[in-house]
Design a protein around this ligand. Structure first.
Ligand SMILES: Cc1ncc(COP(=O)(O)O)c(C=O)c1O
Length: 364
Protein backbone atom coordinates (compact mmCIF):
# COMPACT_ATOMS: atom_id res chain seq x y z
CA UNK A 1 0.00 0.00 0.00
CA UNK A 2 2.73 2.43 0.99
CA UNK A 3 4.24 2.23 -2.51
CA UNK A 4 1.06 2.89 -4.48
CA UNK A 5 1.38 5.91 -6.74
CA UNK A 6 -1.34 8.40 -7.62
CA UNK A 7 -2.89 7.14 -10.88
CA UNK A 8 -4.57 9.39 -13.46
CA UNK A 9 -7.91 8.40 -14.99
CA UNK A 10 -7.75 5.63 -17.61
CA UNK A 11 -7.04 7.02 -21.08
CA UNK A 12 -4.94 9.97 -19.98
CA UNK A 13 -1.60 8.21 -20.42
CA UNK A 14 -2.72 7.05 -23.91
CA UNK A 15 -3.07 10.55 -25.25
CA UNK A 16 -0.31 12.55 -26.86
CA UNK A 17 -0.33 16.15 -25.65
CA UNK A 18 -1.42 18.70 -28.27
CA UNK A 19 1.56 20.36 -29.92
CA UNK A 20 0.74 23.94 -30.97
CA UNK A 21 2.08 25.48 -34.18
CA UNK A 22 5.70 26.57 -33.87
CA UNK A 23 6.40 30.28 -33.54
CA UNK A 24 10.18 30.60 -33.72
CA UNK A 25 12.96 29.86 -36.17
CA UNK A 26 16.42 29.87 -34.59
CA UNK A 27 18.41 32.82 -35.92
CA UNK A 28 15.39 34.54 -37.54
CA UNK A 29 14.21 37.67 -35.70
CA UNK A 30 10.78 38.07 -37.30
CA UNK A 31 9.69 34.85 -38.96
CA UNK A 32 6.56 34.66 -41.10
CA UNK A 33 4.26 32.65 -38.83
CA UNK A 34 1.63 30.76 -40.77
CA UNK A 35 1.31 27.81 -38.40
CA UNK A 36 -1.79 28.50 -36.28
CA UNK A 37 -4.47 29.90 -38.62
CA UNK A 38 -4.33 33.35 -37.03
CA UNK A 39 -5.58 36.32 -39.01
CA UNK A 40 -2.87 38.38 -40.72
CA UNK A 41 -4.96 41.52 -40.09
CA UNK A 42 -4.87 41.32 -36.29
CA UNK A 43 -7.76 42.26 -34.01
CA UNK A 44 -10.07 45.24 -34.37
CA UNK A 45 -8.40 48.37 -32.91
CA UNK A 46 -11.68 48.86 -31.02
CA UNK A 47 -11.19 45.48 -29.32
CA UNK A 48 -7.64 46.43 -28.35
CA UNK A 49 -8.87 49.75 -26.91
CA UNK A 50 -11.57 47.95 -24.89
CA UNK A 51 -8.97 45.49 -23.61
CA UNK A 52 -6.71 48.33 -22.49
CA UNK A 53 -9.58 50.12 -20.78
CA UNK A 54 -10.46 46.90 -18.91
CA UNK A 55 -6.90 46.85 -17.54
CA UNK A 56 -7.99 49.62 -15.16
CA UNK A 57 -10.17 47.09 -13.29
CA UNK A 58 -7.90 44.09 -12.82
CA UNK A 59 -8.63 44.00 -9.08
CA UNK A 60 -12.26 42.98 -9.72
CA UNK A 61 -13.58 39.53 -10.53
CA UNK A 62 -15.29 39.46 -13.91
CA UNK A 63 -19.01 38.85 -14.34
CA UNK A 64 -19.01 35.05 -14.03
CA UNK A 65 -21.93 34.77 -16.46
CA UNK A 66 -20.17 36.93 -19.11
CA UNK A 67 -23.58 38.58 -19.56
CA UNK A 68 -22.45 41.51 -21.72
CA UNK A 69 -20.63 39.18 -24.08
CA UNK A 70 -23.47 36.68 -24.34
CA UNK A 71 -25.88 39.52 -25.02
CA UNK A 72 -23.61 40.97 -27.69
CA UNK A 73 -23.34 37.57 -29.39
CA UNK A 74 -27.11 37.10 -29.11
CA UNK A 75 -27.75 40.54 -30.67
CA UNK A 76 -25.37 39.95 -33.54
CA UNK A 77 -26.65 36.51 -34.49
CA UNK A 78 -30.28 36.76 -33.31
CA UNK A 79 -29.95 34.10 -30.58
CA UNK A 80 -31.24 33.45 -27.08
CA UNK A 81 -28.45 34.59 -24.69
CA UNK A 82 -29.52 31.96 -22.14
CA UNK A 83 -28.43 29.26 -24.58
CA UNK A 84 -24.96 30.72 -25.12
CA UNK A 85 -22.07 29.52 -22.95
CA UNK A 86 -18.68 31.18 -23.23
CA UNK A 87 -15.39 29.37 -22.79
CA UNK A 88 -11.69 30.09 -22.55
CA UNK A 89 -11.34 29.34 -26.24
CA UNK A 90 -13.52 26.75 -27.93
CA UNK A 91 -10.90 24.29 -26.67
CA UNK A 92 -12.32 24.70 -23.18
CA UNK A 93 -15.84 24.08 -24.43
CA UNK A 94 -14.75 20.92 -26.28
CA UNK A 95 -13.21 19.66 -23.04
CA UNK A 96 -16.24 20.62 -20.94
CA UNK A 97 -18.58 18.85 -23.36
CA UNK A 98 -16.44 15.72 -23.31
CA UNK A 99 -16.12 15.73 -19.53
CA UNK A 100 -19.84 16.29 -19.06
CA UNK A 101 -21.14 13.72 -21.56
CA UNK A 102 -18.42 11.10 -22.15
CA UNK A 103 -17.29 8.59 -19.53
CA UNK A 104 -15.46 5.25 -19.43
CA UNK A 105 -16.94 2.87 -22.00
CA UNK A 106 -18.47 5.68 -24.06
CA UNK A 107 -17.47 6.40 -27.64
CA UNK A 108 -16.97 9.57 -29.66
CA UNK A 109 -16.99 9.38 -33.46
CA UNK A 110 -14.86 11.79 -35.50
CA UNK A 111 -13.52 11.85 -39.03
CA UNK A 112 -9.99 10.55 -39.58
CA UNK A 113 -8.25 13.91 -40.00
CA UNK A 114 -10.42 15.91 -37.62
CA UNK A 115 -9.20 18.60 -35.23
CA UNK A 116 -7.08 16.76 -32.64
CA UNK A 117 -8.58 18.20 -29.46
CA UNK A 118 -11.72 16.04 -29.91
CA UNK A 119 -9.65 12.91 -29.46
CA UNK A 120 -7.61 14.36 -26.60
CA UNK A 121 -10.73 15.55 -24.73
CA UNK A 122 -12.40 12.15 -25.18
CA UNK A 123 -9.38 10.19 -23.95
CA UNK A 124 -8.99 12.46 -20.97
CA UNK A 125 -12.64 11.78 -20.10
CA UNK A 126 -11.98 8.03 -20.16
CA UNK A 127 -13.91 7.58 -23.43
CA UNK A 128 -12.92 5.96 -26.70
CA UNK A 129 -12.36 8.03 -29.85
CA UNK A 130 -13.51 6.21 -33.00
CA UNK A 131 -12.10 7.49 -36.30
CA UNK A 132 -14.11 7.22 -39.52
CA UNK A 133 -12.20 7.24 -42.81
CA UNK A 134 -12.58 10.31 -45.02
CA UNK A 135 -13.25 10.64 -48.72
CA UNK A 136 -10.88 13.02 -50.53
CA UNK A 137 -9.78 14.42 -47.18
CA UNK A 138 -13.38 15.31 -46.33
CA UNK A 139 -15.60 13.88 -43.58
CA UNK A 140 -17.78 11.06 -44.92
CA UNK A 141 -21.22 10.93 -43.30
CA UNK A 142 -21.83 7.27 -44.23
CA UNK A 143 -18.47 6.18 -42.80
CA UNK A 144 -19.24 8.07 -39.59
CA UNK A 145 -22.71 6.54 -39.30
CA UNK A 146 -21.30 3.04 -39.84
CA UNK A 147 -19.20 3.54 -36.69
CA UNK A 148 -22.04 4.65 -34.47
CA UNK A 149 -22.99 2.16 -31.74
CA UNK A 150 -25.32 2.38 -28.74
CA UNK A 151 -22.27 3.65 -26.82
CA UNK A 152 -21.72 6.66 -29.13
CA UNK A 153 -22.34 9.64 -26.87
CA UNK A 154 -20.92 12.33 -29.12
CA UNK A 155 -19.96 13.10 -32.72
CA UNK A 156 -17.62 16.01 -33.39
CA UNK A 157 -17.50 17.62 -36.83
CA UNK A 158 -15.27 20.59 -37.52
CA UNK A 159 -16.98 22.34 -40.41
CA UNK A 160 -14.86 23.42 -42.20
CA UNK A 161 -12.32 21.01 -40.83
CA UNK A 162 -8.86 21.90 -39.62
CA UNK A 163 -6.35 20.88 -41.02
CA UNK A 164 -7.95 19.77 -44.31
CA UNK A 165 -10.02 22.92 -45.05
CA UNK A 166 -12.82 20.79 -46.53
CA UNK A 167 -16.48 20.96 -45.46
CA UNK A 168 -19.76 19.13 -45.29
CA UNK A 169 -22.65 20.86 -47.07
CA UNK A 170 -25.64 21.58 -44.87
CA UNK A 171 -27.71 18.77 -46.43
CA UNK A 172 -25.07 16.28 -45.36
CA UNK A 173 -24.90 17.69 -41.84
CA UNK A 174 -28.68 17.43 -41.64
CA UNK A 175 -28.57 13.84 -42.88
CA UNK A 176 -25.95 13.04 -40.23
CA UNK A 177 -28.12 14.55 -37.48
CA UNK A 178 -31.25 12.74 -38.73
CA UNK A 179 -29.49 9.38 -38.79
CA UNK A 180 -27.81 9.65 -35.38
CA UNK A 181 -29.55 8.33 -32.28
CA UNK A 182 -31.29 11.05 -30.30
CA UNK A 183 -29.04 10.48 -27.27
CA UNK A 184 -25.91 11.25 -29.35
CA UNK A 185 -24.82 14.87 -29.09
CA UNK A 186 -23.66 16.28 -32.43
CA UNK A 187 -21.09 19.04 -31.95
CA UNK A 188 -20.59 21.28 -34.99
CA UNK A 189 -17.36 23.22 -34.58
CA UNK A 190 -17.51 26.25 -36.88
CA UNK A 191 -14.23 27.86 -35.78
CA UNK A 192 -13.75 29.11 -39.36
CA UNK A 193 -17.43 29.69 -40.15
CA UNK A 194 -17.05 33.45 -40.71
CA UNK A 195 -14.73 32.81 -43.64
CA UNK A 196 -17.18 30.62 -45.54
CA UNK A 197 -19.02 32.03 -48.54
CA UNK A 198 -20.95 29.01 -49.87
CA UNK A 199 -24.68 28.71 -50.45
CA UNK A 200 -24.69 25.10 -49.33
CA UNK A 201 -22.98 25.82 -45.98
CA UNK A 202 -24.62 26.50 -42.63
CA UNK A 203 -22.55 26.82 -39.46
CA UNK A 204 -25.06 25.09 -37.18
CA UNK A 205 -27.61 27.72 -36.08
CA UNK A 206 -30.49 25.86 -37.70
CA UNK A 207 -29.81 22.46 -36.17
CA UNK A 208 -29.24 23.91 -32.70
CA UNK A 209 -32.55 25.76 -33.04
CA UNK A 210 -34.53 22.79 -34.34
CA UNK A 211 -33.07 19.81 -32.46
CA UNK A 212 -32.44 19.19 -28.80
CA UNK A 213 -29.15 17.42 -29.33
CA UNK A 214 -26.88 19.62 -31.46
CA UNK A 215 -24.30 22.14 -30.24
CA UNK A 216 -22.45 24.74 -32.32
CA UNK A 217 -19.02 26.01 -31.27
CA UNK A 218 -17.48 29.33 -32.35
CA UNK A 219 -14.25 31.13 -31.55
CA UNK A 220 -12.81 34.63 -31.34
CA UNK A 221 -9.33 33.22 -32.14
CA UNK A 222 -9.56 33.17 -35.93
CA UNK A 223 -11.25 35.96 -37.92
CA UNK A 224 -11.62 38.16 -34.81
CA UNK A 225 -7.88 38.00 -34.15
CA UNK A 226 -8.17 37.48 -30.37
CA UNK A 227 -6.39 34.12 -30.02
CA UNK A 228 -4.25 35.35 -27.11
CA UNK A 229 -7.33 36.18 -25.04
CA UNK A 230 -8.80 32.64 -25.20
CA UNK A 231 -12.42 33.23 -26.03
CA UNK A 232 -15.01 30.98 -27.62
CA UNK A 233 -18.72 30.26 -27.29
CA UNK A 234 -21.21 27.48 -27.62
CA UNK A 235 -24.82 27.78 -28.79
CA UNK A 236 -26.70 24.94 -27.13
CA UNK A 237 -30.05 23.41 -26.37
CA UNK A 238 -31.12 24.85 -22.98
CA UNK A 239 -30.42 21.61 -21.02
CA UNK A 240 -26.88 21.39 -22.48
CA UNK A 241 -26.23 25.05 -21.59
CA UNK A 242 -27.34 24.24 -18.07
CA UNK A 243 -24.93 21.31 -17.88
CA UNK A 244 -22.00 23.38 -19.19
CA UNK A 245 -22.78 26.13 -16.70
CA UNK A 246 -22.56 23.56 -13.89
CA UNK A 247 -19.16 22.21 -14.91
CA UNK A 248 -17.35 25.34 -16.10
CA UNK A 249 -15.21 27.39 -13.76
CA UNK A 250 -17.26 30.20 -12.17
CA UNK A 251 -15.07 32.92 -13.77
CA UNK A 252 -13.79 31.11 -16.85
CA UNK A 253 -13.75 34.26 -19.02
CA UNK A 254 -11.59 37.18 -17.91
CA UNK A 255 -12.92 40.74 -17.71
CA UNK A 256 -10.59 42.07 -20.44
CA UNK A 257 -11.63 39.19 -22.72
CA UNK A 258 -15.32 40.00 -22.20
CA UNK A 259 -14.69 43.68 -23.01
CA UNK A 260 -12.58 42.97 -26.08
CA UNK A 261 -15.03 40.35 -27.35
CA UNK A 262 -17.97 42.77 -27.15
CA UNK A 263 -16.03 45.46 -29.04
CA UNK A 264 -14.81 42.97 -31.65
CA UNK A 265 -18.37 41.86 -32.39
CA UNK A 266 -19.45 45.45 -32.91
CA UNK A 267 -16.71 46.16 -35.47
CA UNK A 268 -18.36 44.46 -38.45
CA UNK A 269 -16.17 46.41 -40.89
CA UNK A 270 -13.01 44.83 -39.52
CA UNK A 271 -14.40 41.33 -40.00
CA UNK A 272 -15.55 42.14 -43.54
CA UNK A 273 -12.05 43.36 -44.39
CA UNK A 274 -10.51 40.18 -42.99
CA UNK A 275 -12.93 37.97 -44.91
CA UNK A 276 -12.38 39.95 -48.12
CA UNK A 277 -8.61 39.57 -47.69
CA UNK A 278 -9.08 35.81 -47.40
CA UNK A 279 -11.40 35.75 -50.42
CA UNK A 280 -8.60 37.32 -52.47
CA UNK A 281 -5.65 35.32 -51.22
CA UNK A 282 -7.08 31.84 -50.58
CA UNK A 283 -7.75 31.23 -54.30
CA UNK A 284 -4.46 32.88 -55.26
CA UNK A 285 -2.39 30.70 -52.91
CA UNK A 286 -4.31 27.57 -53.97
CA UNK A 287 -3.75 28.29 -57.67
CA UNK A 288 -0.10 29.34 -57.39
CA UNK A 289 0.91 26.32 -55.31
CA UNK A 290 -1.06 24.12 -57.71
CA UNK A 291 0.96 25.54 -60.61
CA UNK A 292 4.10 24.23 -58.88
CA UNK A 293 2.75 20.71 -59.29
CA UNK A 294 1.71 20.31 -55.66
CA UNK A 295 -1.82 19.20 -54.80
CA UNK A 296 -3.77 21.54 -52.53
CA UNK A 297 -7.01 20.35 -50.94
CA UNK A 298 -9.85 22.76 -51.81
CA UNK A 299 -10.24 24.86 -48.66
CA UNK A 300 -12.98 27.19 -47.48
CA UNK A 301 -11.10 28.27 -44.35
CA UNK A 302 -8.17 30.65 -43.89
CA UNK A 303 -5.58 27.96 -44.54
CA UNK A 304 -4.64 25.31 -47.09
CA UNK A 305 -3.42 21.73 -46.86
CA UNK A 306 -0.52 21.14 -49.25
CA UNK A 307 0.26 17.57 -50.32
CA UNK A 308 3.80 16.37 -51.08
CA UNK A 309 4.78 13.16 -52.84
CA UNK A 310 6.15 11.65 -49.61
CA UNK A 311 6.71 12.32 -45.93
CA UNK A 312 10.37 12.98 -46.63
CA UNK A 313 9.50 15.67 -49.18
CA UNK A 314 7.09 17.31 -46.71
CA UNK A 315 9.81 17.36 -44.05
CA UNK A 316 12.31 18.75 -46.56
CA UNK A 317 9.83 21.43 -47.71
CA UNK A 318 9.20 22.41 -44.10
CA UNK A 319 12.94 22.74 -43.52
CA UNK A 320 13.34 24.76 -46.72
CA UNK A 321 10.54 27.15 -45.73
CA UNK A 322 12.13 27.57 -42.30
CA UNK A 323 15.45 28.40 -43.95
CA UNK A 324 13.55 31.26 -45.62
CA UNK A 325 12.08 32.37 -42.27
CA UNK A 326 8.63 30.85 -42.91
CA UNK A 327 6.85 28.67 -40.36
CA UNK A 328 4.01 26.44 -41.56
CA UNK A 329 2.50 23.46 -39.77
CA UNK A 330 3.50 19.83 -39.99
CA UNK A 331 0.37 17.72 -39.62
CA UNK A 332 1.74 14.20 -39.08
CA UNK A 333 -0.14 14.07 -35.76
CA UNK A 334 -3.36 14.36 -37.82
CA UNK A 335 -2.43 11.29 -39.88
CA UNK A 336 -1.13 13.50 -42.69
CA UNK A 337 2.66 12.98 -42.60
CA UNK A 338 3.12 13.95 -46.27
CA UNK A 339 1.30 17.28 -45.93
CA UNK A 340 1.94 20.77 -44.61
CA UNK A 341 -0.74 23.24 -43.58
CA UNK A 342 -0.26 26.91 -44.34
CA UNK A 343 -2.35 29.81 -43.02
CA UNK A 344 -3.27 32.54 -45.51
CA UNK A 345 -1.06 35.47 -44.54
CA UNK A 346 -0.49 39.01 -45.72
CA UNK A 347 0.16 39.54 -49.42
CA UNK A 348 3.90 39.58 -48.69
CA UNK A 349 3.69 36.36 -46.63
CA UNK A 350 1.76 34.54 -49.34
CA UNK A 351 4.13 35.63 -52.08
CA UNK A 352 7.11 34.61 -49.92
CA UNK A 353 5.70 31.09 -49.41
CA UNK A 354 5.00 30.60 -53.11
CA UNK A 355 8.49 31.85 -54.02
CA UNK A 356 10.13 29.56 -51.44
CA UNK A 357 8.08 26.54 -52.60
CA UNK A 358 8.99 27.32 -56.22
CA UNK A 359 12.66 27.18 -55.21
CA UNK A 360 11.97 23.95 -53.36
CA UNK A 361 10.25 22.10 -56.20
CA UNK A 362 12.90 23.32 -58.62
CA UNK A 363 15.40 21.38 -56.55
CA UNK A 364 15.03 17.60 -56.46
C1 LIG B 1 -11.52 23.42 -35.77
C2 LIG B 1 -11.02 24.14 -34.57
N1 LIG B 1 -11.76 24.15 -33.47
C3 LIG B 1 -11.36 24.78 -32.35
C4 LIG B 1 -10.15 25.43 -32.31
C5 LIG B 1 -9.74 26.03 -31.01
O1 LIG B 1 -9.86 27.38 -31.00
P1 LIG B 1 -9.76 28.23 -29.68
O2 LIG B 1 -8.60 29.13 -29.87
O3 LIG B 1 -11.06 28.95 -29.61
O4 LIG B 1 -9.57 27.31 -28.50
C6 LIG B 1 -9.33 25.48 -33.43
C7 LIG B 1 -8.03 26.14 -33.37
O5 LIG B 1 -7.15 25.95 -34.17
C8 LIG B 1 -9.78 24.80 -34.60
O6 LIG B 1 -9.03 24.78 -35.69
Amino acid sequence: MANRKPEPQPGIMELSPYVPGESEVPGVANPIKLSSNETPLGPSPKAVAAYKAAAEHLDRYPDGAATALRQAIARKFGLDPERIVCGAGSDELINLLAHAYIGPGDEMVHSAHAFLIYKIATLSSGGKPVAAPERNYCADVDAMLERVTPRTKMVFVANPNNPTGTYLPHDEVRRLRRSLPSHTLLVLDAAYGEYVRRNDYEAGFELVATTGNTVMLRTFSKVYGLAALRLGWAYCPAPVAEVLNRVRGPFNISGPAIAAGVAALEDAGHIETAVAHNETWLPWVTAEIGKLGLKVSPSIGNFVLIHFPSEQRAIAADAHLKSRGIIVRRVAAYGLPDCLRMTIGTEGDNRAVVAALAEFVGRP
